[in-house]
Design a protein around this ligand. Sequence first.
Ligand code: FPP
Length: 225
Amino acid sequence: MNRAKHIAIVMDGNGRWAELQGKKRVKGHEAGAKVVKKITTYCVNHEDIERLTLYAFSTENWKRPRLEVEFLMKLLEKYLKNELPSYLEHNIRFEPIGDIRAFSKSLQKTIKDVKEKTAHCDGLVQSLALNYGAHDEILRAINKIKTSSDNITEAMLSNALDCKHNVDLLIRTGGDHRLSNFLLWQSAYAELFFCDTLWPDFDTKDLEQIIKKFTKIERRFGGLK
Ligand code: FPP
């Protein structure tokens, strides 16, 4: 049976969830943050899962209205500050991916602080993709290694990426069937699951069901059985 060692999630549908209830879009992000915590706790307690990577803010999300972007920044900072004791209590290592240099000094400091303070934790690795885009990640990696006169190998590029781990199971909530520039290199052989549930309604039971289906898939990685 397959083990879902690395799960990656595109947490889509916050805005629609809020609008359906006559609320402002940002209320959906607030509700979405609670689900981040719930799903992370579920993964902590699942023996197969080693790594959970969540798409929290993409390189394209800057195109959103300024107030929504500002709200997301504040929410992230509040979340990380509040959750630090819980990361430590549950032995969660926080490993952000993405180019955080575009964020405010204060948010950058909070991100680095939580990363450093949880660096010794050896339980679940929770990665938040922050100002992340796979194209940007790949370009930054190539620029890091291009000074070498040797040809670039797969291992060299993989090691230079923010996320060096192949994805086993990639989930997108919210009904759309696309990857939106998320972990394109690492998902080469990921199993893809798309569900209609909007992220704030996504529950541990939904994840449990997806993992159950995933464990039964025959993964051949381009070979034969
Ligand atoms: C997509 O929903 C979601 C985002 C762009 C941001 C994800 C943020 C969260 C889940 C909450 C904050 C996270 C943390 C870690 C505190 P959308 O706004 O695109 O929804 P829509 O497709 O319905 O418009």
